[in-house]
Design a protein around this ligand. Sequence first.
Ligand SMILES: [Zn+2]
Ligand SMILES: [Zn+2]
Length: 250
Amino acid sequence: MIRTARLVTRPARYLAGLVLPHQCVLCRRFADSTGLCGKCWGGLSPIAAPICSHCGLPLGHTLAEPICAACWMDPPPLAMIRGCLHYNDVSRKLILAFKHGDGLQLTPFLTSLMARDFVMMTGDENSLVVPVPLHRQRYSRRRYNQSAKLARRLCHITGRGSLATDILVRHRATASQGGLSRRQRHRNLSKAFSIDNAAGRRLAGRPVVLVDDVMTTGATLFAAAKCLSAAGSGPVSALVVARVARPREP
Ligand SMILES: [Zn+2]
Ligand SMILES: [Zn+2]
């Protein structure tokens, strides 16, 4: 049965989608065309205004100058960070389904959440859109880079930014950051990225929008941004689907 399902071709799956009801990717109840049922939809928690204009984290009050205390004291090495959803149980399952469960049918839904911020962040027509790369071992295991799928579709549906999947190169798989101190994490990541010699020539002075699925401590995005800036890019921003919305560590 499972083997038969795997043999179903893409056109056949498309036709099946027209006549059969959609199933929620998280709980298998009936879903709408986004791939989620009403209950799972309700479990998502969008990050809403007021937010810090710099790091994008929720603020307790609306301030005349909307900057959080952490950014005031110690700005992150990114011109701007935006996330669409709080990283909770439902968004975690959603991201896991997207990147480990062959859940590429979620790409239109996830990018529809990101599109408004993406348009705002790619106002400069020279903007480069750089998905956070996977280490090649992980890439060969997963067969696709979920961040590149998001970045490609964002460029496609908005007509903004130039997709650049070849500029940033990842040398280390850095999943096991848990349990490390902030200093250890930064050391672990300091040589995780480099710039491709040939593709990097397109970088000079151009604003960059990094695209990733999740931001937890920010260490990966900070390391990528530092690498791009050191190679001569313009300001680097980051856009993610979901993020842990707790204040940055001091
Ligand atoms: Zn559901
Ligand atoms: Zn902030």
